[in-house]
Ligand binder design. Structure first.
Ligand code: NOJ
Ligand code: CA
Length: 800
């Protein structure tokens, strides 16, 4: 269990008796600026929220409708009792944007009671129903959730809840907003969040709703032409940043929002993802809903600093977290994404029927697909020689790990077929020698990262999960990238429906038992569960680098406000070769970023799992710029958000956490075939050990880590200049800064990504032009840093 350094819990209990309380109940934030109000109007629950006396959320409905109950959980309530409490702790995440996180809130817990209910025939049953609403108000936002206890203690007696097993047909929670705020949004969906964001007023959502689908992910399942996903970032005309999301989604479907906007009302209503039978939650008490959250900040940089979502999650559930560590990795991956090579091995099979499929009759078992007899097509990326080439490069440059996709049989038939028995996660292709490659990697100080593409056949992944994790344990894999491309099997379920939410969670919990860290792609966007389960080190769950030219300029300046609010993203940055034709002649995309933009992302995008995604041969000509990717840390002691505006720019400074710098390498040394004493590239930088120096980790104890900072910036299609005051450095100390900046004539912008390199050049497209400058700096220095269109900068600063 993580140590809590400070805890003050003061109980200010106010107890009301049933029926005596129907008035307004108020709760103030610790700094007194925010106020949440709860009110029963004729038995119907409402809440509202204000900051400095100004309305943020107007009175908005709460509650649920249920199957089999005519009066639902929506009206006919009385207040049973109310508790208030103050809580203040500082906790230490296993990894994160800072070493210490303060969790300080005032809480109001309201028990509501219905004295009787009407059954499905409308007959009155004189048994009480209890629902608790728990509000937590922070200086930077509100969280509230619904709780369904089996019983509650009244002032005199125990009330047994008649609501034990129940099925939700709708959640009535609303967020009614004054005015017509600006919104950064992606369309509501049951299956994907792989979309570009649209920036518009809420009143424009309906007319613009379809445009993100044009370049977005598949499969998408829209439910309304005014549906929106969370985290939804809003900005009022008064300059207030409001962010609506949810925290701790467990055993509950994902929340979308449906907008009603007209002259009278501006309302976002919760829309839960239905399961295959149409219900939006099958619950058994005791249980609670996820937290519904409204983050409210005066400044955009405060949105990035907010830990509201993490704080609303429960503390770490794992006793031993010593095996969890940050990872900087490379991958046999981009070459498949860019069509330079393939995941599959052969063209021999019109369809793949894997041996062992329990649905096959014995006469067909193994008869159709026999890879040992198949003719390789020669484009398989995960072959022994190619994997060794990547291992050599990653090891030479001090990375922790290498991801390899397409190592296992089944890829010839994995996509878009809605197959059940699609992979076995156990059998390598004939040209992938799993034991030998792991040994080869470990001897050079590299771990291999396992890949489990489930093709969204959750049924099948669960069938194999235990065996697949055991295989990983046998060979020393400690991290898996899982994936959920395509329609969910069981058919009719969705990526965000309750049974599938439970699957993602089960995968994390089971993985923890095997000491495996999980990075799930296409799974539901995170809601802070990594606080409780820190082996959940990554997720994609948004439009990432794999979308290449389809990514809009400015996309990466929005994600930290939206997708990253719930947890880190495996965005897979580091693409230096922006001309996709270099990877495959038939692939005409140009990517809209400069090399320095990609460098900046390692600082502006928080993730304890960071990839250098491009090919080794694409880094070779730019090793001086690649040095930043080697030096940068991925886990932080302190983060300072200097400048930010969603859709425009982000500038962030971070100081590495020294205790986890070399943790991945140290763990590898404990394997029987693992190279001992490896020093990771980021540790080398912080301890000032030259690349050519043959130090081992045992020598580090004799060295002092140097005070080190990294600063990164990214911009949209507009060039920008920022003054960065280095007043976070230790006063009176001299540091060396290495500044990686877009050259004067650099530009990552092109009007149409398919026009080809020559035509793009005529528009000024010049993504690989950068300068690297070294400078002595102190806490008094102010750096002037320029960014080209779609550009960025990166600065490493180390005590001399
Ligand atoms: C989609 C993932 O986002 C990508 O990273 C992966 O390579 C493919 N699925 C195949 O699993
Ligand atoms: Ca994806």
């Amino acid at each position: 269990m993580r140590k809590i350094v400070a805890y003050i819990g003061i109980l200010l209990a106010t107890v009301f008796t049933v029926g005596a309380q129907t008035g307004v109940m108020n709760l103030k934030s610790p700094d007194g600026r925010m106020e949440a109000r709860f009110e029963l109007k004729d038995g119907v629950p409402y809440y509202s929220l204000s900051r400095d006396g100004k309305a943020v959320i107007l009175p908005s409905r709460m509650g649920f409708t249920l199957e089999w109950r005519k009066n639902d959980m929506a009206s006919g309530f009385q207040v049973n009792n109310v508790h208030e409490e103050t809580f203040d702790e500082t906790w230490q995440p296993v990894w994160g944007e800072e070493a210490n996180i303060r969790n300080h809130y005032n809480e109001m817990v309201i028990s509501l009671q219905q004295d009787y209910y009407l059954d499905h025939e409308g007959k009155r049953v004189d048994k009480p129903t209890v629902m608790i609403i728990r509000f937590r108000l922070y200086d930077d936002g509100l969280g509230f959730r619904y709780e369904f206890p089996q019983e509650i203690q009244n002032s005199e007696f125990i009330v047994h809840n008649s609501l034990i097993t129940f099925w939700l047909t709708d959640e009535l929670t609303e967020f009614r907003l004054p005015g017509d705020p600006m919104a950064w949004w992606i369309p509501g969906d049951y299956d994907t969040q792989e979309f570009n964001y649209t920036q518009s007023r809420l009143s424009q959502v309906r007319e613009l709703h379809d445009s993100p689908h044009i370049s977005g992910g598949w499969p998408w399942k829209s439910f309304s032409d005014t549906g929106l996903q969370t985290a939804l970032q809003l900005k009022t005309d008064d300059g207030l940043y409001i962010n609506i999301h949810e925290a701790a989604v467990l055993d509950f479907p994902t929340m979308n929002l449906d907008l009603t906007y007209n002259e009278e009302v501006n309302r976002l209503k919760v829309h839960l993802t239905p399961d295959a039978t149409g219900y939006v939650g099958r619950l058994t008490s005791p249980c609670y809903s996820p937290w519904r959250t409204v983050q409210v900040c005066d400044k955009a940089t405060d949105v990035l600093r907010s830990r509201l979502i993490l704080n609303l999650n429960e503390p770490c559930a794992l006793e031993d977290v010593s095996w969890i560590h940050p990872v900087k990795y490379m991958g046999v991956w981009w070459e498949m994404i860019s069509d330079h090579s393939t995941w599959g091995y052969t063209n021999d099979f019109p369809s793949v029927r894997l041996p062992g499929d329990p649905s096959l009759p014995p006469s067909l078992q193994g008869a159709i697909t026999d890879y040992t007899k198949a003719k390789p097509h020669g484009r398989h990326g995960a072959n022994n020689a190619n994997v060794r080439r990547y291992i050599d490069f990653a090891a030479k440059h001090g990375f922790d790990a290498l991801l390899i996709e397409g190592w296992n049989i089944g890829w010839e038939d994995w996509y878009g077929k809605d197959k059940d028995y699609v992979f076995d996660f156990l059998t390598p292709y004939p040209d992938f020698d799993l034991p030998a490659l792991n040994r080869y990697a470990h001897e050079r100080g590299i771990r291999l990262i396992m890949h489990h593409e489930s093709s969204s056949s959750v049924t099948n992944y669960e069938r194999f999960m235990e065996r697949a994790y055991n295989l990983m344990n046998e060979y020393g894999y400690d991290a898996v990238k899982s994936g959920y491309v395509g329609h969910i099997v069981p058919h009719g379920e969705h990526h965000y429906s309750q049974p599938i939410i439970n699957h993602y969670h089960r995968a994390i919990v089971e993985a923890a038992k095997h000491h495996i860290m999980v990075n799930a792609h296409e799974a539901v966007r995170p809601t802070g569960l990594c606080r409780t389960w820190p082996n959940m080190i990554g997720n994609e769950s948004a439009m990432g680098t794999e979308f290449r030219g389809r990514i809009n300029p400015g996309h990466t300046t929005i994600l930290p406000f939206t997708r990253l609010q719930g947890g880190p993203m495996d965005y897979t940055p580091g693409i230096f070769e922006t001309d996709m034709e270099k990877n495959a002649p038939w692939n005409h995309d140009l990517m809209r970023h400069t090399i320095c933009n990609q460098l900046g992302l390692y600082v502006t995008f928080y993730s304890p799992l960071q990839m250098a995604a491009d090919f080794p041969e694409h880094y070779e000509p730019y090793m001086d710029a690649f040095q930043f990717i080697k030096d940068v840390a991925v886990d932080w002691d302190t983060s300072i958000y200097l400048y930010a505006e969603p859709g425009d720019y982000i500038v962030t400074a971070r100081k590495p956490k020294v205790s986890t710098l070399n943790q991945a390498a140290d763990g590898l040394g404990e394997l029987p075939d693992g190279k001992k004493g490896v020093i990771s590239n980021a540790a080398r930088f912080v301890y000032g050990i030259e690349d050519t120096n043959a130090f081992t980790h045992s020598h580090i104890n004799a060295l002092k880590p140097r005070d080190t900072w990294f600063v990164g910036g990214v911009t949209d299609e507009n060039a920008r200049e920022f003054s960065v005051r280095l007043d976070f450095l230790k006063p009176g100390v001299k540091y060396e800064a290495t500044i990686y900046a877009d050259a004067k004539d650099a530009s990552g912008y092109v009007s149409d990504v398919t026009i080809g390199w020559e035509a793009a050049r005529k528009e000024g497209y010049n993504p690989k032009a950068y300068t690297i400058t070294k400078k002595t700096v102190t806490s008094k220095t102010v750096l002037k840093l320029k960014m080209a269109p779609c550009g960025g900068f990166a600065v490493s600063i180390r005590e001399r």
